[in-house]
Design a protein around this ligand. Structure first.
Ligand code: UGA
Length: 662
């Protein structure tokens, strides 16, 4: 059978050898170039392929059309993947007549995703295994061909377990490859309800949390011990690596991380303690725990602290610069950041009416000002802060048509300056792109990596906003690639909630649709359904949106750099006519309904009459949130009706406040 193999690591070699042993004709091997930042302790797939006279390639993107074409020309009957690290797209999956199979180091559907061996140990599992399964465009969820169980002993480390998995893989392939050749291999669907998914691990993930039990701490240590980067902790500024520890029974009351004795070297955990058998100071030698205690001059009572941020015992809050802090996203996000107690927020805006509740907070530093004037202040603060969020933009469609140049100047030119400060001072930029960049894309779901941007002709000025944001996305991406700018781009999809624009801005037509409709109800004027109101949006509650953004800022898994995330709720898809109905219903049932004029219903209006000639619209705008779910573990939860009710409540109250003030 003609086969193409995608492979890396020892398991890659095991897979190739098994195929050769069973008479498969391997036409080509695809592998990876070794990562200079990763300790390479495993066998080389490239060398094995070369030794067997098989052509070997390591494309940066195997899904690039050129490579897809080459693979198609080879016309393989089957593709096998053994520890290949990149996702394989649908074009390649569709090529081989007998399909594509992948060998995964767990008992699927459990432990889908990355690093299954390390994660199984971190989680203290007592068994795992290997699975050969059919590939789909999603990670590890295709039908199972066969599995082999492996038991995990409490002395296993990532390396020993890896070898056990390798042996199991040999056995599994020896059993299944003849069946596959004979066309008799079984095909059992996975039970998705039993699935679990784990992401990649980085060296930083080896930091020990001493508040966990001694059992958990030991599991982490054996999950990442040599040849992996190791579990570690800090004593003041000194970093110490722990290669092997034993659990010791419970100890007198002492805070987690406290050194209890130095011979043996014992450290208190959340429950019980660990005895350090082997460890080393960073850049020092591997040695026994007792010697380590002597060399590092450790003494009982000293405290290992779990946090890298702790320099000489003081945990520093991260400083974040938010330009446009009084805006819809700025004010809600600032509150979330301050509530976490982990950030100091430096914010600038023209006004401060929406942040009155934050102004007195000790970690909130507000500056009134215009970003196109206060350039020195901004440059100084970019330099001083850790993270920069430039949220200033004109973001209401009628302004794109009325004031296209102002949109370009503010949304593009002024923001470009800030992007460049981030490049200059190497600061992490979190940039608000927009759902509008996808324009009139016809995809059912707009995907950050795959969807095309579709904009109308130049005289349709509505797209100047989309185009300005798109260009900045591209510039930021290029700065990331060529000059190492750390960045994350996010794309809000019709976030709604209190403080989204204002009734005052709605009076001149310059607000987003929900605020506009609420103004109509409050004034007793008809709700105007542009072009009949059948166009749809996926409305996203601001709390869901802000939570996702907070996760990006926190970046717990360190996977946000260089990423673009849609932040939207695909389940909250409603037409403008639906929105009008829901709002009118909620308004009618509101306790203060009688204080407002009668409902004038809805009327249809042509887009041209409402917005002018330069307007053009998109009929649906639904986000794919696969990346936010996978990388950030985020899923929106707030139902639309709730968002509508609370937004209405907020604006009706704001009317009451204004009336009282008058
Ligand atoms: C908006 C804005 O461009 C940006 O703030 C943002 O980037 C993006 O959405 C987003 O939040 O995802 P759009 O959804 O077109 O774009 O803006 P809205 O003003 O909220 O209008 C939504 C729909 O309501 C449009 O189809 C519009 O024609 C319609 N509409 C608006 C009415 O039918 N009647 C009105 O009185 C106002």
């Amino acid at each position: 059978m003609k086969t193409i193999v995608l492979a890396y690591h020892n398991i890659g070699c095991i897979g190739i050898n098994a195929l050769l042993d069973h008479g498969y004709e391997i036409q080509a091997v695809f592998t990876h170039e070794d990562d200079p930042h990763e300790a390479v302790w495993f066998e080389s797939v490239a060398e094995l392929a070369a030794a067997n006279g098989i052509p070997v390639y390591a494309p940066e993107d195997i899904n690039h059309p050129l490579w897809v074409e080459r693979i198609r020309n080879l016309a393989p009957d089957q593709i096998f993947s053994f520890y290949y690290r990149h996702m394989v797209g649908p074009e390649i999956l569709a090529i081989p007549s007998q399909g594509c199979m992948n060998l995964h180091g767990s008992l699927l559907p459990r432990y889908r995703g990355r690093c299954p061996v390390n994660w199984a140990l971190v989680n203290g599992e007592t068994e795992t295994g290997v699975t050969l399964h059919h590939m789909t465009p999603r990670p590890d969820d295709g039908d199972i061909v066969g599995q082999k169980q492996v038991s995990i002993h409490e002395t296993d480390t990532a390396l020993t377990l890896h070898h056990k998995i390798g042996t199991a893989a040999e056995g599994l392939l020896a059993a299944l490859l003849p069946e596959i050749l004979a066309g008799r291999a079984p095909r059992i669907p996975q039970d998705n309800a039993m699935a679990s998914y784990f992401g990649g691990r980085r060296p930083e993930d080896g930091q020990i949390d001493w508040t966990r039990s001694a059992h958990d701490v030991r599991n982490l240590i054996r999950a990442v011990t040599r040849p992996y980067p190791g579990a570690f902790s800090f004593l003041g500024t000194r970093k110490c690596l722990f290669w092997d520890v034993a659990e010791t029974p419970s100890v007198p009351d002492a805070p987690p991380g406290t050194i209890l004795s130095i011979d043996p070297l014992c450290i208190a955990c959340g429950t019980d303690a660990v005895e350090v058998r082997y460890g080393q100071e960073e850049n020092g030698l591997y040695m026994r725990g007792t010697q380590l205690a002597q060399e590092m001059k450790l003494a009982p009572g000293m405290l290992f602290d779990g946090k890298t941020e702790s320099v000489v015992g003081v945990r520093r809050k991260r400083h974040i610069l938010i330009l446009g802090v009084n805006g819809f996203i700025g004010n809600h996000l600032s509150k979330r950041l301050l509530d976490s107690g982990r950030y100091e927020v430096h914010g600038m805006d023209l006004r401060s009416d929406c942040i009155q509740d934050l102004i007195a907070h000790p970690d909130f530093h507000y500056k009134e000002g215009d970003i196109s004037i206060m350039r020195e202040w901004i440059e100084y603060h970019v330099r001083k802060c850790d993270i920069v969020l430039p949220l200033v933009a004109i973001a209401t469609p009628i302004e794109y048509v009325r004031n296209p140049l102002r949109v370009f100047e503010l949304d593009f030119e002024e923001n470009l300056r800030i992007v460049r400060y981030c490049v200059k001072y190497k600061k992490r930029l979190i940039f608000p792109s927009t759902s509008e960049v996808y324009g009139m894309c016809a995809d059912d779901e707009f995907d950050e990596d795959r969807s095309n941007f579709v904009l109308g002709p130049i005289h349709k000025q509505r797209w100047i906003y989309s185009c300005s944001k798109q260009m900045l996305d591209r510039v930021i991406w290029a700065y990331g690639k060529t000059q190492g700018l750390p960045f994350t781009i996010f794309r809000p999809f019709n976030w709604v909630g209190p403080k989204l624009d204002s009734l005052k801005s709605a009076r001149i037509g310059s607000s987003r649709v929900i605020t506009q409709f609420i103004l109509n109800l409050v004034e007793g004027s008809p709700i105007r359904l542009v072009d009949g109101g059948l166009q749809k949006r996926c409305f996203t509650d601001y709390r869901d949106g802000v939570e996702c953004l907070f996760k990006i800022i926190e970046d717990k898994n360190g996977q946000c750099n260089g990423q673009i995330f849609n932040i939207g709720n695909p389940d909250n898809e409603y037409s403008m006519a639906d929105l009008a109905d829901i709002l009118r219903e909620k308004f009618a049932a509101h306790p203060r309904r009688s204080q407002f004029p009668p409902d004038s219903g809805t009327e249809c209006i042509e887009a041209r009459t409402y917005y002018g000639d330069g307007y053009q619209d998109v009929q649906h705008r639904r986000p794919s949130i696969r990346l936010s779910q996978k990388i950030l573990g985020w899923t929106p939860t707030v139902p639309f009706e709730q968002s509508v009710a609370e937004t209405l409540e907020y604006f009706l109250n704001s009317v009451a406040v204004v009336e009282t003030q008058e």
